[in-house]
Structures are given as C-alpha cells and as structure tokens.
Write a protein that binds this ligand. Structure first.
Ligand code: ADP
Ligand code: MG
Ligand code: ZN
Length: 485
C-alpha cells in the first residue's frame, strides 16, 4: 500500500525478551516454558506476604552481555522500582522493574533493511523486570483461570529511540535485535511462544515538521510480519484522521491479525498512574567495572562482526554478508558449505554465498521452511558448489541436481553419477555432436559464414540440447567456431 508521500512515519519499538536463565528472577523455581499450569511456583511466585525476592546473578550477567553487544553504557549503579498496577495474573499487585536508573543506556543497533543501506537506530535503555502470569479464558465459561508459572520469568525490556521511518525498518530492527540475542544465547527469540514480544509506538507528521506527532502504542503483535502489517495499518489510520481535520488520540491499540485491523484497548497510562517508587525489598545493584570488562572479553562473535569478516576475508558483498548472518543457523550453514568447497580445493565463497542466498533461500521461502529445516544439508550444498567449480557439471545442470537434492535429499556426487549428468569434456564426443548439428542446419551455417555471426548462439544451443545440457559450453563454442571459420 503506498503511503501518502506528504507524511513521514515515526516508529519506536519496545521489546520484551524472556531470558533463558536456569531459574527465575527472584526465586529458585525453574524457568521453563510449557509445563502444566501452576506446577512451577513457590510462595515468592505466588506473592505470599513476608517472602523476599533475591536477585538472580545469571540474569544480571545476561543484561550486561546484551548491553555490551549493542554498544551501550553499563551503569555501575542501578536501582529497582516498584510499578503498581493490578491484574489478576500478578498476585503481588505490582511489578518489580527499573525506572530512573536502568542497567543499560545509550545503545545502538545497525539495521540492514532490504534494498537500503545500513542504518543506525538508537537504543534508549535496557532494563530488567519480572514477567507476570497468564490469565486463561479459552474454553472456560463464566470464569477465568490463572496460571502463575510465568510469574518470575526474567525479562529484559529493550526500548528504542523513535528512529525508524517505515515498517520495513521496524522489521529489520527486530530481526537484528533477535539475531543478537540469539548469538548471545540469552533469549530464544520465539515470538509465537511470547519469549520475544514487541510493542510498536507509531506516529506520523508532515515532512519537515520538527515535532513528533501524537503516538499510539500497538500490542498483540506475535510475528515480525504482524508488526509490519499493524504499523502500515496504523499509519494509514492516523493519516486519515489528520486529513479529516481530527486529532490522533494517544492510546493503546490491539492488533487483530485475523481481521487485519486494530481496535482501541485503553487510553495510554502515564508514568504517574503506576506510582513508581524505589523497591524496598531489593538493594540497589552495584556492578564492579572489572566484572563488566570480564564479560566484554568473553563476548562471542556477533552478527555485525561476522558480516564484516565475511566481507573482508571472503570478499562477499555487504548485502550477502547481512543475509548470511541473519541467524546463527544461517551463518553456520554457510560456513560449513564454504568449508566443504574450500577443502575440495575449489575455494569460492562468492559462489557458495550465491547458491545459499539465491537458490536455497528462494526454495526454502517458497516452502515456508527455515534454514535449519533445509532438506539440503550444508555439506551437500558445499559438494554441489565444488562440482560446479571443478567443471564436473555446468551451472544449468547444477540447478537440476539441486532440484533433486531439495525434493529427495541426497548427495550431489551420487546424483550426478546415477543420472549420468557429468559434463562432457571429452572433445571427440562433443565433436561428433557438433558435426551432426552443422550437417542438420546448412542454412544457419551459410548465414554465419555470410557474416551473421550472432547465429552462433543458436548453434551452441542446438549442441547443448543434443547433449542434454552436459557438454562443456566453452568447448562447444570453440569447436563450432573452428569448424565454421
Ligand atoms: P512509555 O514507557 O510510556 O511507553 P517511552 O517514553 O518509554 O514511553 O517511549 C516508549 C517508546 O515510544 C520508545 O520506543 C520511543 O522511541 C517511542 N516514541 C516516543 N514518542 C514517539 C512518537 N511520537 N512516535 C513514535 N514513537 C515514539
Ligand atoms: Mg510503552
Ligand atoms: Zn518461585
């Protein structure tokens, strides 16, 4: 849908990511997903009077790791706040969070939206907080149930600056952030299971305006695709309101993916509605600089570093390097395939990158598959590229072989052997095909000799056809030229 060019979209995202700690944030209960309701809880989870929270060290370390990965400032001193609100799934009646002094501030992330160059998006802050339980309504008549298993799940809230200008940029931001969290192994990034949740803040303004417009906050976005669709819908809605002479109301809206629309949920609460105050049950958190330095020294290779390595060491384009580092699984697939090609003595990272990003990803997308579900293993992908590099098969035949591999699995060397697809480089075999083609097309031969040399392509095609694509095209070319010349 084309968006009115007189308006500029402004987007800021708030992401809640559940951390993969062994135990919950303030007690020793296991931090696992999918257990039977109310089996993973204790008096702390259930908000009994008199119990005290104890901060989970593993969570703090994960927050520091994440902060460092986005070039943020790690505050040596941060405090917890109590955010008061009542929901049936939160037995304490408040949420322990961070407010004035979060653990991380002033971070940044670089996004690679499709077809655009790299762009910086500021990350305002990352703070630690606790997740609530879940109210269950489905299949229950006249009542709601509450499952407290999720109470106490550690959350990082990652708040961006309002730096994004389109739904594509918002999608690219979420992809990059999720990749970083996964590379760090702090969050599994599963939006459907709710371990990576996004609220989108959206406003529009006239181009050139200095002030931001009034924003709305969109919730219930359980996939990147839905985030993008909800933003596009919201932008249209706000522009319509303004064009009609009305004003946008600051509110929270719920996205309805089935109906492709959103509805108002509540007017937006302000900070004072939550009566924040310093959490009396937890001391401020002080972190030694040496501890931060320690964690920094042990950070794994992150997507941007890896992409840079792919460009510098393998000569890949910025775009390909970005695609191949979109996830850990993708990167390791490419690295294994490339390794196979290299070991076979046919070092060609660009060719490997091309096969993975174009042929393989194209097919996977068409079939709705993720790289980790690829029917073609990384090793076999590498072998296929090596076969092309060694001249055993042409690029065209390789596409055929790849089709067989994708549909039925299997080793390309074996497929080539079994189906007799090896490129014919034996010149006497090609010679006889060339002779036959020349004999069968005297008119074209005449034309060529009369100066219409473009006709050569036609003759090459005929020879290739006769050999079912197996002849080495360069050889066919030169043999034909010899005989015609
Ligand atoms: P709250 O905590 O009330 O949701 P914040 O000030 O923390 O409010 O902002 C939340 C998010 O909204 C941030 O990601 C910020 O970038 C974004 N944001 C703020 N103002 C606007 C605006 N006018 N348009 C779009 N996004 C905005
Ligand atoms: Mg908010
Ligand atoms: Zn517990």
């Amino acid at each position: 849908m084309p968006i009115d060019p007189h308006y500029e979209t402004v987007i800021g995202l708030e992401v809640h990511s559940q951390l993969r700690t062994k135990s919950k944030i303030f007690c020793g209960c296991p931090n696992i997903f999918g257990a039977e309701a109310n089996t993973q809880i204790c008096p702390v989870c259930a908000g009994f009077p008199g119990v005290l929270p104890v901060m989970n060290r593993e969570m703090v370390n994960m927050a520091i790791k994440t902060g460092l990965a986005i070039n943020g400032t790690i505050n040596n001193f941060s405090v917890f706040s109590r955010k008061n609100y009542f929901y049936p799934d939160s037995p304490t009646g408040y949420q322990i969070s961070q407010y004035d002094l979060p653990i991380v501030e002033h971070g940044e992330l670089f996004i690679n939206p499709e077809g655009q160059s790299k762009k910086r998006v500021g990350v305002t802050r990352i703070h630690m907080e606790v997740d609530a339980g879940k109210s269950l309504h489905e299949g229950i008549v006249g009542a709601s149930w509450v499952d407290l298993n999720r109470v106490g799940t550690p959350l990082l809230e990652i708040v961006s600056e309002p730096d994004m200008r389109s739904s594509e940029e918002a999608g690219a931001y979420l992809k990059k952030l999720r990749a970083i969290l996964r590379f760090l192994e702090v969050c599994d990034g599963n939006m459907e299971e709710g371990s990576f949740r996004c609220d989108a803040n959206v406003s529009v303004r006239h181009y050139g305006a200095e002030e931001f417009g009034t924003r709305t906050e969109l919730k219930n976005l359980n996939s990147i695709r839905n985030v993008m669709r909800a933003i596009d819908y919201e932008v249209e809605r706000q522009i319509d309101i303004i064009e009609n002479g009305d004003t946008v109301v600051q509110e929270t809206r719920l996205w309805d993916a089935n109906n492709n629309s959103s509805r108002s949920m509540r007017s937006k609460e302000d900070a004072h509605d939550y009566r924040y105050f310093p959490e009396p049950d937890l001391p401020p958190l002080t972190i030694e600089q040496s501890h931060i330095d320690d964690i920094r020294a042990r950070l794994p290779e992150l997507p941007d570093d890896m992409a840079k390595r792919f460009q510098d060491e393998m000569g890949l384009s910025e775009y390909d390097a970005g695609v191949l580092t979109a996830s850990k699984e993708m990167a390791s697939y490419f690295e294994i395939a490339n390794q196979v090609v290299t070991v076979a003595g046919k070092k060609n990272a660009k060719a490997t990158a091309n096969w993975v990003t174009v042929e393989l990803l194209g097919r996977l997308n068409k079939n709705g598959l993720e790289i980790e579900e690829s029917p073609v293993s990384a090793t076999n992908m590498g072998k296929l590229v090596a076969l092309i590099q060694s001249g055993d098969i042409s690029g065209k035949i390789a596409k055929q072989v790849f089709g067989f591999m994708f549909d039925d699995g299997g080793d390309p060397e074996q497929i080539v052997k079994e189906k007799g697809l090896k490129q014919v480089t034996d010149s006497s075999a090609i010679n006889s095909e060339v002779d036959q083609v020349l004999a069968a097309h005297p008119e074209q031969v005449e034309q060529y000799r009369g100066g219409k040399t473009q006709i050569l392509g036609f003759l090459v095609g005929k020879v290739m056809q006769a050999t079912r694509g197996k002849a080495n095209p360069a050889m066919v070319n030169s043999l034909l030229k010899d005989k015609l010349g």
